[in-house]
Design a binder for this molecule. Structure first.
Ligand code: NDP
Length: 405
């Protein structure tokens, strides 16, 4: 039986810990640590009541290596799962190196003062993790995460060569609020301020950001959800997939946004509330986007009246046995069912279950190695089986729809 330390008691952390509590045969000892102890205690109490299990909780500042080292040395986990914020990735990796414990996260590193994300800083840890004989598994949420695993599975079983990948992400749910983000508002809004970017014929091509009138979008016909306007954005898994999917000619990422979301976002941006630099307010320094985060609904509380579904998957085009082949592999997740299971909406659920499956792969010895890995570098088969077993079933269909060429 394994010991798992989960850092971050937000929307995603709540799902991750409750999922662990449902799998005592793998996760014998569970600790949840976060900045605000009260949030950990609330989740602990819900787990005690619903599953009759005791988990340990702790307060930790995950920006502080020595605090983390002390916590890890005290609890002695087999793996640390980081579902705090991308700002903490490097610090938690450093603490895992010092204590010789495996590391896993769901979002790549970002510096608070620069709205930019890339794997460079985390990949730079490869040799140190290798020397220490431990694994760092990067981007093991849904997208990145399951989206990468879908590609690895398709490369292994469904194609001789994959030529194009279009990752499509649709939230066709309704939370009933005027404006809210489905994961941490600061991280969410920073992400969508970027230019779009996709990869074609060995080169990255930039496109305007979603707030621009020139941004690239098209109506993708999602199963169950139907046609939804999908916007071309930059998303981190493309950076690793172009390295690990052989023969790939093009990869793009599309996400749906409602007109309502875009209108609110435009206004918030135009009045300066998405700024990430400090401004002076009556002699006090504030960062507008952090202030905005404090005003917006906590994504962890959105589940109560959320209805509808998420549909996320990969359209792939390639060759099998000398014949052209097009498939769509995807998951559909229902907001209300997630709430009934773990008191969370489907975006937290789809992001919170995969890191637990990843941790399970490490604890049970299915994923072995030393160094820093993106999930598509690891064997997808048992992970795919576990998705079906633990609440994120997938479907593979011949793709008959259209994506822009
Ligand atoms: P939340 O803001 O709801 O939760 C983050 C948690 O981390 C909070 O409990 C917060 O503490 C805690 N935290 C922040 N800073 C520190 C710190 N310095 N020390 C200790 N704890 C800290 O975010 P979400 O749960 O929505 O998202 C969590 C992560 O999941 C993010 O990195 C996000 O990018 C990622 N994600 C990945 C997805 C995927 O599919 N790959 C999809 C969705 C999200 P406090 O409660 O005190 O604020």
């Amino acid at each position: 039986m394994g010991r798992i330390l989960i850092i971050g008691a937000g929307g995603v952390g709540n799902v991750a810990v409750k999922k662990c509590a449902q799998i005592p045969e793998v996760f014998g000892e569970i600790m949840l640590a976060s900045r605000t102890l009260g949030k950990c205690e609330k989740i602990r109490d819900e787990i005690r009541e619903k599953y009759g299990r005791e988990i340990k909780v702790a307060k930790v500042d995950a920006d502080n290596v020595s605090e983390l080292v002390k916590l890890i040395d005290g609890f002695k986990p087999d793996i640390v799962v980081n579902v705090a914020l991308p700002y903490q990735d490097l610090v938690i990796m450093e603490a895992c190196l010092q204590t010789g414990v495996h590391y896993l996260d769901t979002a790549n590193y970002e510096a608070p003062d620069e709205a930019k994300f890339e794997y460079k800083q985390q990949w730079a840890y490869h040799e140190r993790f290798k020397e220490k004989g431990i694994m760092a598994i990067l981007g093991c949420g849904f997208d990145p995460g399951v989206s990468n695993i879908f590609c690895a599975y398709a490369q292994k079983h469904l194609f001789d060569e994959i030529k194009t990948i279009d990752i499509v992400d649709c939230n066709a749910g309704s939370h009933g609020k005027g404006f809210a983000t489905n994961f941490n508002p600061e991280i969410n809004l920073r992400e969508f301020l970027h230019n779009g970017k996709y990869w074609k014929d060995g080169k990255w091509v930039e496109t305007p950001p979603i707030l621009s009138t020139d941004c690239v979008h098209f109506p993708f016909d999602y199963p169950i959800a139907g046609p939804k306007e999908s916007y071309l954005i930059w998303h981190e898994e493309m950076e690793s997939l172009v390295k690990h999917i052989k023969g790939l000619e093009r990869i793009r990422f599309w996400m749906t946004f409602s007109e309502n979301y875009l209108n609110y976002f435009r206004v918030l941006h135009s009045v300066g509330l998405t700024r990430i630099d400090e401004v002076d307010y009556n002699g006090c320094k504030i960062v507008p986007i952090k202030f905005l985060k404090a005003l917006l609904p906590d994504p962890g509380t959105l589940g109560t009246n959320y209805s509808g579904k998420t549909v996320i998957g990969c359209v792939m085009d390639g060759i099998k046995g000398g014949q052209p082949k097009k498939i769509f592999i995807y998951n559909v997740c229902d907001h209300t069912e997630c709430y009934n299971e773990v008191q969370a909406q489907a975006v937290s659920y789809t992001a919170g279950v995969p890191p637990i499956i990843g941790a399970m792969m490490v604890i049970t010895g299915v994923w072995k190695g030393a160094g820093v890995f993106n999930v598509e570098q690891l064997d997808p088969d048992e992970f795919m089986d576990a998705l079906n077993k633990y609440g994120l079933p997938w479907v593979i269909e011949n793709f008959k729809g259209e994506v822009p060429q």
